[in-house]
Ligand binder design. Structure first.
Ligand SMILES: [Fe+2]
Ligand SMILES: [Fe+2]
Length: 204
């Protein structure tokens, strides 16, 4: 099945509506769509392990489909959309362009599909690069599914994926954030406080 046919199938099944299908078709280029579908497949696996996610399956799948909508936009467009979503980007966020596409996609959902900025789906999309400081099951599921999808070839991704049936979603989120933050430390990259807040929220 072609990747675009998969999107159409999701619309026929009622996971996304026609406007959502249009937005996904318009903004997700071929490579991005392929990644998105790999994350979706991983998300389906997570849903079969975790009842909480299973109960919110449709919202979770929408969250996955929308999460990288803005990833291929020019940097300045991402920055503008992200600024529109947040009101203002903080000093650190301004220095980390990789963090802009999440809130930029959130802004597209508000602007084009009239979601509330506080909707759980929108918040999860906005915070998918850092992790969510406040409890949000969709955000935790997305962080895990995105990091460990089959198109990621690094060992840590496979380790997380192999533990879907062995560990709690909270633990998988914690381990994913640990890898992400650890990578930033190793590479001398900046770490946004939201990543640390998300990590502290899930640690026990
Ligand atoms: Fe992303
Ligand atoms: Fe992604």
């Amino acid at each position: 099945m072609k990747p675009t046919d998969k999107l159409t199938q999701l619309q026929r099944q009622g996971t996304i509506n026609p406007q959502e299908l249009n937005l996904a078709e318009k903004w997700l280029g071929p490579a991005r769509l392929q990644h998105t579908l790999a994350v979706l497949e991983n998300g389906q696996l997570l849903c079969s392990s975790f009842d909480g996610l299973h109960r919110q399956q449709t919202d979770f799948f929408k969250t996955i489909i929308f999460h990288d909508l803005a990833r291929d936009l020019p940097r300045d467009t991402q920055q503008q959309l992200a600024t529109d979503y947040r009101g203002k980007l903080d000093q650190l966020e301004l220095k980390i362009p990789a963090l802009w596409h999440g809130p930029a996609a959130a802004r597209l959902l508000v602007e084009k599909l009239h979601y509330s900025p506080d909707d759980q789906i929108v918040r999860a999309v906005a915070e998918h690069s850092t992790g969510a400081p406040k409890k949000n099951l969709l955000a935790d599921g997305l962080v895990v599914a995105d990091f460990s999808s089959t198109d990621r070839k690094f060992a840590a991704a496979r380790r997380i994926r192999d533990n879907f049936t062995k560990k709690s979603l909270e633990r998988l989120t914690l381990e994913t954030l640990r890898y992400k933050i650890g990578f930033c430390l190793q590479k001398f990259h900046r770490i946004h406080p939201r990543s640390v807040e998300a990590y502290n929220r899930v640690i026990r």
